[in-house]
Write a protein that binds this ligand. Structure first.
Ligand SMILES: Nc1ncnc2c1ncn2[C@@H]1O[C@H](COP(=O)(O)OP(=O)(O)OP(=O)(O)O)[C@@H](O)[C@H]1O
Ligand SMILES: Nc1nc2c(c(=O)[nH]1)N=C(CO)CN2
Length: 203
């Protein structure tokens, strides 16, 4: 923002804005000029899994203050945390975004996108049309139950680390280490590339 200058303005209704006020407004607005990088994990094991994941990518891109920078390949993955055979396989992918939203607003938006796909939350780790988790937000750490950063289970989930490595091989999970060191520690047998399918990065 540039301070308005009454002397150079022909419009008598334009009042000069003191430079100190301009500085305060600009400081409060600094996130607008300073987008943060966030990593989101998307998953679906009900309905049309491919359409649900693509819908999540499109809805993220349609969000003011969010820009989708990269989308991983799609993996078909065995459900983690439930007895074998109890749930259909997931499609999982990872989306990198740049955002001017603070973490709490990004989570609200992620949850609104899940709701739009009629996700029902009844049992923990139950099957779902769409799950959108914040894996990491610009190295921020938080132990808040409502928003734990990085995601508390991301570092042990092959269905997160494998697609994340596709799009950001040099990344690290804050507090846990680089992806290339974490990947050999996780069980990858249940994570199968679906190279016949792709997610489209919105224009
Ligand atoms: N990084 C995070 N991303 C998304 N949700 C989070 C995060 N940290 C904490 N939460 C909280 O977790 C709650 C449960 O989220 P959700 O229903 O998506 O869990 P889940 O996908 O079943 O399991 P998991 O958390 O193991 O992925 C949400 O209401 C949210 O407030
Ligand atoms: N394969 C797979 N398993 C899961 C997934 C997921 O996205 N993929 N999400 C869960 C809760 O977030 C629990 N288990």
């Amino acid at each position: 923002m540039t301070p308005s200058n009454a002397a150079s303005s022909p419009d008598p209704t334009v009042q000069p804005v003191p430079a100190s006020v301009v500085r305060q407004v600009d400081a409060a607005d600094s996130t607008l000029h300073n987008p943060k990088r966030a990593v989101l994990s998307i998953g679906a094991n009900l309905g049309n899994r491919l359409e649900n994941l693509q819908g999540a990518v499109d809805a993220l891109e349609d969000t003011p203050g969010v820009r989708v920078k990269a989308v991983s390949r799609i993996y078909e993955t065995s459900p983690v945390g439930v007895p074998e055979g109890e749930q259909p396989d997931y499609f999982n992918a990872v989306v990198l975004v740049k955002t001017t939203l603070p973490p709490s607003s990004l989570l609200e938006r992620a949850q609104a996108i899940e709701e739009a796909f009629e996700r029902v939350r009844d049992v923990r780790w139950g099957p779902r049309t769409l799950d959108v988790d914040i894996v990491s937000y610009q190295g921020v750490t938080s132990a808040e139950p409502a928003l734990t950063l990085p995601h508390p289970r991301a570092h042990e989930r092959a269905f997160v680390l494998v697609p994340w490595h596709d799009v950001e091989p040099g990344a690290e999970v804050p507090g846990h280490g680089p992806l290339r060191e974490l990947l050999p520690t996780v069980e990858r047998a249940g994570v199968r590339l679906r190279d016949d399918l792709t997610l489209v990065l919105p224009d």
